[in-house]
Design a protein around this ligand. Sequence first.
Ligand code: AMP
Ligand code: MN
Ligand code: MN
Ligand code: MN
Length: 284
Amino acid sequence: MIKYDLHSHTTHSDGQLSVAELLHRAVDKNIDVFAITDHDTVAAIKPAQHIIDTENLPLSLITGVEISTRWESFEIHIVGLNIDTENSDLTALLLEQQQKRETRALEIGTRLAKNGFDDIYEQAKELAKDAQITRAHFARALIARGVAKNFPGVFKKYLGRGKTGYVPSSWCDMQTAIKAIHAAGGVAVLAHPSSYQMSNKWLRKLLVEFKSVGGDAMEVAQPQQAPSDRQFLGELSREYDLLCSQGSDFHFPTSYLELGKNLYLPKDCRGVWQAWEKQEGAAT
Ligand code: AMP
Ligand code: MN
Ligand code: MN
Ligand code: MN
């Protein structure tokens, strides 16, 4: 059985392992087909391919990205897989998104400073270094100041939707992200559909919209989910005629989440890899 993990992050966004560390860990976990999907950047992809080639790692890399979009009042993440990372439409969109990240980070910093967290922007930026700055960097800075013990705690208190440090973003819409992914020859995947804190009625509305603007696939399998959730997402994928993806969304080692762990699709689900395996088949 081929082992796929098609969602992961490096220090080029809010992951805490370098590209090399992440790849070595993926090999350790016996992953065969691996996608790096940093937030709004493809900076990890070339270095990753270089490391795989020079070290002759037994793993095949699927190029990827995770694009933040706005739909209704939600921030919806769309993963692009098997993309041409040099495509000009995609590159232009990612540049815009990166500028939005920077603007939003400054605003988050201002808001938090007003609430007693002086220089928190500078601290988050120091953690991010050259990476795309995310709320996770602010979360780490706030945790270092002792406001909460862990990520869920700090998002609940300060960074989650509607909280003091939450700045509604001006991310692109879903159609724009999907178009750019398609322009780059990729497959557009709705990321972690169960994580948006929306009712099933809204989730169905989201799937209708995602499909109608060209979405190709949805994530169905994640390491930590309840079996009933996986089953339900599998059923939705069939109902809305979407291919199925699986990914750990790995950011850093924890006791509860691991690369490649517990990733399999429910029966009768069509793997998203069919999209590129078909292309390869047609090309030969
Ligand atoms: P951003 O894309 O800058 O809005 O940052 C979002 C990132 O923060 C996500 O990709 C997660 O890595 C992390 N994150 C968001 N919400 C939570 C949460 N409730 N608990 C833990 N991490 C979170
Ligand atoms: Mn993240
Ligand atoms: Mn995400
Ligand atoms: Mn992710």
